[in-house]
Write a protein of this length. Structure first.
Length: 358
């Protein structure tokens, strides 16, 4: 009986020893796998779709040969993270990612970000055309084809029926995920512009020529197109503001170009300046009916804070900057010097004089 019991004790001890060894070996393999890089030859972008859970994700990666021990990752997830906190989106997995990091990435919500930059001075159509080339956005905008852009349909879809789209979207860099739509991105840009315009209007300078935030947007778009020199924005704003107060035509080429539409081929001719359109500020007084481009924050600030100089005229010097004048005679001489290369001949601004109010 004693020998039998002794044999049983030894057998139990052996089983415990073998079990302990097996558990230790498994634990070692488990920890080693979690800390070791996975079988990724290069960076992998993996998209988590609605309805995916961690188990499905891990076994999908197992099928792709990325994960060789799915059970290890599922055990780690069960005891260390909230496996239900999976965020939809695209995740970037680097070649050096470990099993433990892989699980943590999917529950972190740090999805891959892409960027789209709206450039100041773009027109609405130019912005939409550039947006079409963003392959990682979901393109659901109506009215966007290879031949034309239906701006009214786009604005209806954005929730702004009847709103003219020009100038309404804030130039900036917008980050988005693969799950985002072009509509969502444009809505963010629209709200950003509206918020900034309204806040800037509240701190506008006193006694300015413009009467509403929308007029500020129009003027800012003209300033944006007139100069790329930051230091000139307030000066140009001052010129336009004084001309508006004096009932002088603005006579600004960018508005004429905008009104020409597809007829503009790179040059403005004399007959273009004489052809009347709602945007021809050589033939019409006041501001054009809408903005002509997307203005920056700085252009909006300049429109609302014109300088206190006395300039009424300016002409491009050919190097990106402008020459500013108080009088018509000084301006005409500047045009001859900088635009006509010293040759005297008639030109549109030579007849630009203040007009009486009606």
């Amino acid at each position: 009986m004693y020998k039998m019991n002794n044999l049983i004790y030894k057998l139990i001890a052996l089983i415990v020893l073998v079990f302990s060894f097996a558990v230790g070996a498994y634990w070692y393999q488990y920890n080693t796998y979690l800390q070791a890089p996975l079988s990724l030859g290069s960076t992998l972008n993996y998209e988590v779709k609605p309805g995916d859970n961690l188990t499905r994700i891990i076994y999908n990666l197992h099928k792709e040969g990325v994960v060789t021990q799915p059970s290890f990752l599922l055990w780690y997830a069960r005891w260390n993270v909230d496996a239900n906190a999976i965020h939809v989106g695209e995740y970037e997995l680097s070649p050096a990612v470990t099993g433990q990091e892989l699980v943590n990435i999917f529950v972190s919500g740090k999805v891959k970000q892409y960027a789209f930059t709206i450039i100041e001075g773009w027109t609405f159509e130019e912005m939409v055309e550039k947006l079409k080339s963003q392959d990682n956005l979901k393109h659901v905008l109506p009215g966007v084809t290879n031949k034309r852009i239906d701006s009214a349909a786009i604005m209806r879809e954005l929730g702004y029926t009847g709103v003219h789209p020009e100038g309404r979207f804030m130039p900036d860099t917008y980050h988005y995920t693969r799950s985002m739509t072009d509509i969502q991105l444009l809505q963010r840009a629209y709200v950003a512009m509206e918020d900034y315009l309204q806040s800037a209007w509240l701190v506008r300078a006193k006694n300015i020529a413009i009467q509403s935030p929308y007029e500020a947007l129009i003027l800012a778009s003209i300033i944006e197109k007139e100069t790329g020199v930051v230091s000139e924005r307030q000066t140009i704003s001052g010129v336009f503001s004084r001309r508006l107060k004096k009932r002088m035509r603005l006579q600004t080429d960018p508005t004429v170009i905008y009104g020409m539409g597809d007829r503009y081929k790179g040059n403005i001719r004399r007959k273009d300046l004489k052809r009347d359109t709602p945007y021809n500020t050589y033939t019409r007084f006041g501001l054009p009916p809408t903005p002509i481009a997307l203005p920056s924050r700085e252009a909006i600030d300049a429109a609302l804070h014109p300088d206190n100089e006395s300039y009424l005229y300016f002409v491009a010097k050919g190097n990106g900057s402008h020459y500013f004048s108080d009088t018509l005679d000084e301006h005409n001489n500047a045009v001859i010097k900088y635009q006509l290369k010293g040759k005297k001949r008639s030109f549109s601004s030579s007849k630009n004089t203040p007009q009486k109010k009606h």
